[in-house]
Design a protein around this ligand. Sequence first.
Ligand code: MD3
Ligand code: FE
Length: 204
Amino acid sequence: RAAGPDGFILLPGYFDRAAQESLLADVLAGIDAAPLYQPSMPRTGAPLSVQMSNFGPLGWIADRKGYRYEPVHPVTGRSWPPLPQALLELWNAVSGWPQPPQACLVNIYGPDARMGLHIDADEDARNAPVVSISLGDRARFRLGGPERKSPTRSMVLSSGDVVVLGGASRRFYHGVDRIYPGTSTLLPEPFAPGRINLTLRRVN
Ligand code: MD3
Ligand code: FE
C-alpha cells in the first residue's frame, strides 16, 4: 500500500480475527505485569479519559510533573514488559525504519473516552514513524496538519486496522473524537464496550 503525500498509510484489516485475539492475549498478559494507570495532565492534574500502560524499554508517562518517557512503571516502579514478538514483526513489515521500536503505548478507551487534538512531540526521534494498531470497538480518528488550525479529515478505525504515520504526518495534529460502543466482539469484560490502541514508537 502506497503512502499518501504526507506519509500517512491506513492498512484496513491488517490483522485477521485470529491475529487480533493473539495480540489481545499479549496485551492482557502485559497489563497483568504492568497494570493500567490513569494518566493526568501536567500542572492541573486533571485525569485523561483513557487508561494507559506500556511495553518495551521505555514507556510514555503523563502526570502532574509533565509528559516524558520512563524505563519503569509510575506506580509499581518495575520495568515495562518486553515488546510482544508480533509487534516487532509488524514494525519490521510496515515502518521502513532500520531500528526497532523502543516503546509501545497502550491506550484503553471506555465507551465515553476521547483524545483531544494533539501532536506527539516527546520523542527525540521526530522522523521515525509511529505505527498504530486498533483493537475492539470502532473509533472516529481525526488527522489534521502541522498547525492546530490546519484542516482535518476524519476516518473510522476498526479492530485489526493498522496506521503508519510516517513523513510529515508524524508531526501532524490528531485525536480520537469518539468510540462507537458495541461495534466489535473482540474485547472481553471489563474492556467492552471500548477500544484498545497500541502505538509503536522510536524515542531516541
Ligand atoms: C498521527 N493515540 O497515543 S493512534 C497517541 O487511537 C494517540 O489512541 C490515538 O494519538 C489512539 O498519541 C491515535 C494513531 C496515531 C498515533 C500517532 C500519531 C496517529 C498519529 C502521530 C502523529 C500523527
Ligand atoms: Fe498521539
